[in-house]
Design a protein around this ligand. Structure first.
Ligand code: C2O
Ligand code: CU
Ligand code: CU
Length: 452
């Protein structure tokens, strides 16, 4: 059944092959492609309908990360698409313009499916953003960068590590791919380049920067534009998080975007015990960090005709989140148990048959997320874009001043967010909140809530 005015997308989940190393093919999963999938473009306010055919030999789900939508369309573990079946969700695009993404959320197997390639970006556009005249020509001056690490063995094959360490820390690879490409290069024709960064890795955190330390203009977080451009020299993204930056290319010098990998397992592998802010870098005890610990993400070659363009001084009127609006506080404590054997939130592991929280529709709440483990976890909440009020009692950094759907909680830290769920009530069908380290999610660091 297609309602009037719905825009229809037809997608097919397929198995494929990809050469992560030239000449060596590895089995993969993609959406209308051997690996990853098309960038979907939507407009705020429009209705969209999908026909998703699962042509894989296994079940799968497709989750719209960052979207506010009915639970039946969410694509979480309850919306299983069996092999050979079609799933046809529809929803109204209510999100602010930003970079979102869609990916597998299969119960206990999101990690392996996303790793194999079941993930891709979504652009949401809206009038408010378009009025600002930011770079927005897809592939020309506005490009998505899905950053993923993959473990490639000595023969060039993609492998999904499943040892103790991979299960505990999450799977980290020894090579970095951007939109599926290693050592990516972009030939820019304009004086300004907008990069939409998505950490699509299973477990690795990145600190992005420009080689040489030049500033980047941070303009957006998960859920859209910030109040104004914030000049930053480095930008940390955990799995699931997004950010948008604008680079000035008018000087005509080539730029190199690089990333280092912070040690997000302080205390466990003999780190400094100061959490993510500690000085210890380069993943002691990793499954295999690339040498030197600094990865090349993207080489940008500007055109010599590029002209400088001025960014607007103000982007979006966000206002300061007001915690006094909240009618209650809910507390979530993340833990890993001994040796990662007890991945849990509030002492419970994910159970498909248990609703952990019942949240009244339309009321502001404070969700207080505490981390009892010795590793940092990106906490993601479905069906909302929230605001970060404070991190350990202190004001959040620039990236966290805007709308977010995923927020890092460092060891022994507590983060408070202001959240509200609008409409889309269904007392029986839940949404998820979980750690976006996919192996943690798969091991039970996830809970379910209904909006009623
Ligand atoms: Cu990006 Cu519940 O996931
Ligand atoms: Cu999500
Ligand atoms: Cu985690």
């Amino acid at each position: 059944r297609i309602e009037q005015g719905e825009r229809v997308f037809r997608l097919s989940l397929t198995s494929g092959q990809k050469e992560f190393v030239a000449g060596v093919a590895s089995p993969t999963i993609g959406i209308d492609a051997p690996y990853l999938g098309p960038t979907l473009e939507m407009r705020r306010g429009e209705r969209v309908r999908f026909h998703i055919d699962n042509n894989l030999a296994e079940g799968a789900t497709v989750h719209w990360h960052g979207f506010e939508l009915p639970a039946s369309a969410d694509g979480g573990p309850h919306q299983l698409i069996c092999p050979g079946e079609r799933w046809s969700p529809s929803f109204e695009v209510r999100q602010r313009a930003s970079l979102y993404w869609y990916h597998s959320h299969l119960h206990r197997r999101a990690g392996s499916q996303v790793y194999a390639g079941l993930a891709a970006p979504i652009y949401v556009r809206d009038d408010q953003e378009e009025r600002l005249g930011l770079p927005s020509e897809y592939g020309i001056d506005d490009i998505p960068l899905i950053v993923q690490d993959r473990m490639i063995d000595g023969s060039g094959q993609l492998i999904y590590p499943s040892g103790m360490q991979a299960r505990m820390m999450g799977v980290r690879g020894n090579r970095i791919y951007v939109n599926g490409t290693e050592d990516a290069v972009f030939d820019a024709a304009t004086g300004q380049l907008r990069l939409r960064l998505l950490n699509g890795s299973n477990a690795r955190f990145y600190d992005f920067s420009l080689e040489g330390g030049a500033p980047m203009q941070l303009i957006a977080s998960d859920g859209g534009l910030l109040d104004r451009p914030h000049p930053v020299r480095s930008l940390r993204l955990a799995p699931g998080e997004r950010a948008q930056i604008i680079l000035d290319l008018a000087e005509g010098r080539p730029l190199r975007l690089v990333a280092s990998s912070p040690d997000n397992m302080m205390g466990m592998m003999g780190g400094q015990g100061r959490g993510m802010m500690g000085g210890g870098m380069m993943g002691r005890g990793n499954d295999g960090d690339p040498s030197g610990g600094v990865f090349r993400i993207l080489d940008i070659r500007p055109a010599d005709t590029a002209r400088s363009v001025r960014l607007p001084a103000e982007l979006a009127p966000l206002g300061v989140p007001d915690p006094s609006l909240a009618v209650r506080t809910r507390r979530f404590v993340i833990d890993m148990g001994m040796m990662g054997g007890g991945m849990s939130i509030n002492d419970a592991a994910m159970d498909m048959d248990v609703i952990n929280e019942r949240v009244p529709v339309g009321q502001w709440e404070i969700w207080e997320i505490a981390n009892a483990s010795m590793m940092a976890h990106p906490f993601h909440i479905h069906n909302t874009q929230f605001r970060v009020i404070e991190r350990n009692g202190r004001a959040p950094p620039p990236l966290e001043t805007g709308y977010k759907d995923t927020v890092v909680v460092n060891p022994r830290e507590q983060v408070r967010v202001l959240v509200r769920f609008e409409e889309n009530t269904d007392p029986d069908l839940p949404y998820m909140y979980h750690c976006h380290i996919l192996e943690h999610e798969d091991a039970g660091m996830m809970g379910q809530f209904v909006v009623m």
